[in-house]
Design a protein around this ligand. Structure first.
Ligand code: PAF
Length: 311
């Protein structure tokens, strides 16, 4: 593994790999790597012959009172783990490389609407920072595929839209969330939790699993409607509060649009909607010093009514 700080050296290394007909995989990170990141790297390695990992703690995706200064940094351990996975290039750009000139007059890549929902409400500039830095990184690395974790579901959806809208020739791959034994999604921010908080933290996952089960159960008896959804959200927030979380949001939405699910009207015969249900439950909540996010997909295949043709 070679460590590179400059864009020109990065481009030369990637071009040399491309000349050898290698596919370029890319995993952008902010460092302090855990098993979740390593899984992204393994997926990139399984699909590409040449893999670049970047570590850059991006200031523009942190709000004023957020944890930019406290964000954990473990550069030696990160490099060791990446070398062990046989990563080809570890790209470590400085602030000057990522944002030459004045940060306030930097071009911003902004995905409207999607970036304003959910996490965007509590962290108004966050996704603009993410899309701006990922867009710059894509231009520097020029990967064939880029791998992101599904824990950051909204981030992944926004990046996919950015790639579509700006016609980046990059395939974006989402990878399942890696969890600890208690079900807590791995995150660098888990390091802010005390031992006691760590125990309560898995209640975020349990709450989402319970919502998913209740959606399936309600759907099974044709009782799924807006009122029930509201009730599920309210109960989930109350459950999280009971174990010490301050919930930011618990929302149930369509996987593709991240908008509230549409309910089809029941037919006169009382039939339930026939379209398959592909929803995701998204949640963010603060526990002690950590703001945690998680999600669960709910996929229900509906039985299609056989069409009888009478000739
Ligand atoms: O998910 C992250 O770690 C960051 O948001 C990313 C994609 C590396 C951009 O800074």
């Amino acid at each position: 593994m070679i460590k590179i700080n400059r864009v020109s050296s990065l481009r030369s290394a990637v071009q040399a790999a491309r000349n050898e007909k290698k596919h370029i995989g890319f995993v952008p990170t902010m460092g302090n790597l855990h098993e979740g990141h390593l899984e992204l790297v393994r997926i990139a390695k399984s699909r590409c012959e040449f893999v670049v990992v970047s570590i850059y703690v991006n200031p523009t995706q942190f709000g004023e009172n957020e944890d930019l200064d406290a964000y954990p940094s473990t550069p030696d351990e990160d490099a060791r783990q990446l070398a062990e996975l046989d990563v080809d290039v570890l790209f470590l750009p400085s602030q000057e490389v990522m944002y030459p000139g004045d940060l306030n007059s930097q071009t911003v890549v902004y995905v409207p609407k999607l970036g304003e929902l959910y996490c965007g409400k509590n962290r108004p500039e966050h996704f603009n920072g993410v899309t701006t830095v990922v867009s710059r990184l894509f231009n520097m690395v020029a990967p064939n595929i880029a791998v992101f974790g599904m824990k950051d579901y909204q981030q992944l959806t926004i990046i996919k839209q950015m790639v579509r809208d700006l016609a980046y020739p990059v395939q974006v791959v989402g990878v399942d969330t890696v969890r600890n034994e208690q079900g807590l999604a791995l995150s660098s921010r888990n390091g802010y939790l005390s031992e006691l908080e760590l125990e309560s933290a898995s209640e975020l996952r349990n709450t989402l699993v319970s919502i998913a089960e209740q959606i399936e159960e309600l759907d099974g008896r044709s009782g799924l409607n807006k009122t029930q959804i509201e009730k599920l959200r309210r109960n989930a927030k109350a459950r999280l509060k009971r174990v010490g979380f301050e919930p930011h949001y618990v929302d149930i939405c369509d996987q593709a649009t991240l908008l509230a699910p549409k309910f089809e009207k029941k037919s006169a015969s009382g039939d339930s909607p026939q379209a398959d249900l592909n929803w995701v439950v998204l949640a963010a909540a603060v526990l002690g010093k950590a703001r945690l996010i998680d999600n669960i997909e709910v996929n229900i295949k509906r039985k299609r009514k056989a069409v009888t043709q009478v000739s």
